[in-house]
Design a protein around this ligand. Structure first.
Ligand code: NAP
Length: 440
């Protein structure tokens, strides 16, 4: 989809004029290209005294061949700061000591990752100090600019070894449009297998609903790139489009309306050999204010966006078809986080998806599987291209990246959740919204 504004302000005359008249200047975000390293530049790491993740960070940076900066003032592509040692508010000054001299060194489309300990269960002072990291990272994300993404990763004590897949994702161009997020990495739900990072989903079977176009087609393409075998589902009316995507990706198809009474049974029958990854992407909007909302408009949306997902999960779990180290990944929305005028039905359904993820995470962990959700913000698709221009422009600019995301940004986040190495990532809701100004 065309973002004319970005093209104009990034042209030579636009680059001259935009900063002088105070217009936002969206940076060109780097995205994952085949054969490129995890981080295309130097990485500087630091730690507050007493941190417990230095070994993991050092090992990972060695494994991915990330060079250290040559000089104390040379540019870096990423900063990683281990803040797990901070146990009191007086020690938060360690953030200032590390970031003040280094923040300007981060290159365009770079990365900042702060590592902490989940506050829940810590003594009060340590909990307050660790919770304070959220305010720091969210503010840094808003002030740093130049397409640089900033995240906080809480790593539970004892889960140090599980942080690798998350760090790889957050340091790489795969997380181009994810910023201002707080991610929790906990105990592994299953044994982490040895993994080929170039084909992490090799041998896995993934079901993707709503796969004939938009975000669903991007999810299918990305999971295929990572080695998964695909079963792609969409409504019978889109069978032609679905077949096109499936032919390109060597996938099987299911032409089915997921709200049909026997849909869960039909899907389970087709997956009778088991499934590793279930991506609930199919979704619709049926916008009206609640005062103008007829019941059928409310009900049909709720059926597609939430109730049918619950029934499909129930069927797959009841028939024990989700394999060990399996994944359920749901597609929620920023509307489900922040609410949106004219979208009471949509936001209700998407907040319900978040509730489903939170409620099912412990059960899935017992089954040695995980469930997580992405909550996209403004993504350049047919859906957003059809918005009136003022709403579309507001959606594009009102975030730390000053631009819309691409379907591949949602897909990359799902691929990270889906990775067999993300076995400590359970019950998370990660927004893919360029750190939208709306919502937490
Ligand atoms: P899209 O282009 O409309 O694709 C959704 C697909 O799901 C369509 O092919 C759609 O078919 C299918 N679908 C709808 N109802 C179905 C049903 N009952 N059974 C099976 N398939 C069904 O939408 P998108 O923009 O790619 O969005 C994908 C997901 O991301 C949705 O859950 C959406 O809510 C979420 N999302 C999108 C954005 C964004 O900015 N685009 C932002 C936040 C969240 P039909 O033609 O029949 O509808």
């Amino acid at each position: 989809m065309s973002d004319l504004y970005s093209r104009v302000v990034n042209s030579p005359p636009g680059r001259f004029v935009a900063p002088r008249v105070g217009l936002p200047q969206p940076a060109k975000l780097e995205r994952q290209a085949p054969g490129t390293p995890v981080v295309a530049g130097a990485v500087l790491s630091g730690a507050a005294p007493g941190g417990r993740l230095d070994k993991q960070v050092e090992r990972l940076l060695g494994e991915i061949g990330a060079p250290r900066p040559e000089k104390s003032d040379s540019p870096v592509k990423a900063l990683v700061f281990d803040a797990t040692g901070i146990a009191d508010s007086t020690e938060l000054v360690e953030l200032q000591r590390f970031f003040h001299p280094n923040v300007k060194r981060v290159q365009t489309s770079g990365r900042v990752v702060v590592l902490g300990t989940p506050p829940a269960g810590l003594p009060a002072r340590a909990a307050a100090a660790q919770r304070a990291l959220e305010g720091f990272t969210r503010s840094l994300g808003k002030e740093i600019g130049r397409g640089i993404a900033v995240q906080l990763v809480y790593v539970a004590e004892g889960a140090e070894r599980e942080v690798e897949s998350t760090l790889r994702f957050l340091l790489s161009p795969r997380s181009a449009y994810v910023s201002g997020q707080v991610i929790e990495v906990g105990a592994a739900v299953a044994k982490t297998p040895a993994i080929d990072w170039s084909q992490p989903l090799d041998g896995k079977i993934a079901l993707v609903t709503g796969a004939s176009r938009g975000i669903g087609a991007a999810i299918a393409t990305t999971l295929h790139r990572d080695g998964a075998g695909l079963v792609l589902l969409d409504v019978p009316a889109l069978a032609g489009d679905l077949a096109k995507v499936a032919t390109e990706l060597d996938a099987e198809t299911i032409e089915l309306d997921i709200t049909e009474e026997d849909a869960p049974g039909q899907i389970a029958d087709r997956l009778s050999g088991g499934v590793d990854i279930v991506v609930h992407n199919a979704g619709v909007t049926r916008d009206r204010t609640i005062a103008k909302m007829p019941e059928d408009r409310w009900t049909s949306l709720m059926e597609i966006n939430l109730s049918s997902e619950e029934r499909i999960d129930d069927e797959l779990l009841e028939r024990d078809l989700l394999r060990e180290n399996g994944r359920i990944v749901c597609v929620s929305s920023m509307s489900g986080v922040a609410g949106n005028s004219g979208q009471t039905n949509y936001a209700t359904s998407k907040a319900g998806v978040i509730g489903m993820v939170e409620a099912l995470a412990p059960e899935l962990a017992e089954r040695k599987a995980t469930i997580n959700a992405v909550a996209p913000g403004f993504i350049e698709t047919q859906m957003t291209a059809a918005m009136p221009i003022p709403i579309r422009e507001a959606g594009r600019r009102m975030n730390s990246m000053s631009q819309g995301g691409l379907p591949v940004d949602v897909a990359e986040t799902i691929a990270w959740f889906a990775s067999p190495a993300s076995t400590g990532v359970n019950g998370n809701v990660v927004r893919v919204c360029g750190q939208s100004l709306l919502g937490a």
